[in-house]
Design a protein around this ligand. Sequence first.
Ligand code: ADP
Ligand code: 5GP
Length: 238
Amino acid sequence: MRRNPAPTPERERLAADPFPVVLAGPSGSGKTTIGRQLVELRSDIRFSISATTRDARPGEADGEDYHFMDRTEFERLRDEDGFLEWAEVHGALYGTPRSNFLEAREAGEKLLLDIDVQGARSVRERLDETVSIFVVPPSGDEILRRLRGRGTEDTARLRRRLRSAESELAAMEEFDYVVVNDRLREAVSRVEAIVDAESSRIERLGESVQVAAEEFVDEIHRAAASGESAAPGEVDEA
Ligand code: ADP
Ligand code: 5GP
């Protein structure tokens, strides 16, 4: 699978500070699938593994898909201020461990959060630099088809998720971007493009813009000076 190349000196010179990327949207819209594919492609993006009190689904592993815990443990962590954000979603508690954010920032990686709209609001309020993306399915029929196809919820739970889809969709306008998840590969590319465009925003580059501009000027002067002393023709051929 394609992974992004190692950073070149030019990239490091003009590197944006890492920022959180939030994927939200109705259950079944494909946030987890898109997020997981993106972190496979990109070594500069880290998936935020949340804590939850919901039961693990068949095939889900503790510490890989979620940190599964009971309410007592979740509430203890929450009361110790261990979460960047947390919310009750479809009757269970979910939260982003603060350590996920701190460790990603330390590593210079962007943290990708697959969270609900309440969590997205909290992260945006706390971290101004957040990029928020709302993922929608191509149609209402398709979301139902995908949720049924995933086969992880009984009828009552499925209904509950479809009901919450209504309030999730009402929050769409709060987001910076919307991505329609019709063809998976295209949706992943779009999210990747958004992350890359955001990484190139001048305001994210901070002081490195001024420093890089000065370095480029110095280098141009040095190159020109060595060009002047070079034999005729040498510079043009470089
Ligand atoms: P969410 O995390 O938003 O609840 P999932 O990522 O679990 O959604 O996706 C729900 C189901 O839809 C999964 O079975 C997944 O494999 C499937 N799915 C996701 N994206 C697509 C797509 N573009 N086309 C078809 N099926 C998809
Ligand atoms: P699921 O049970 O399908 O894995 O997730 C249900 C919902 O909880 C999804 O909308 C998912 O994005 C959201 N969610 C997962 N982790 C977190 C989290 O850490 N915080 C918040 N606020 N929501 C989360």
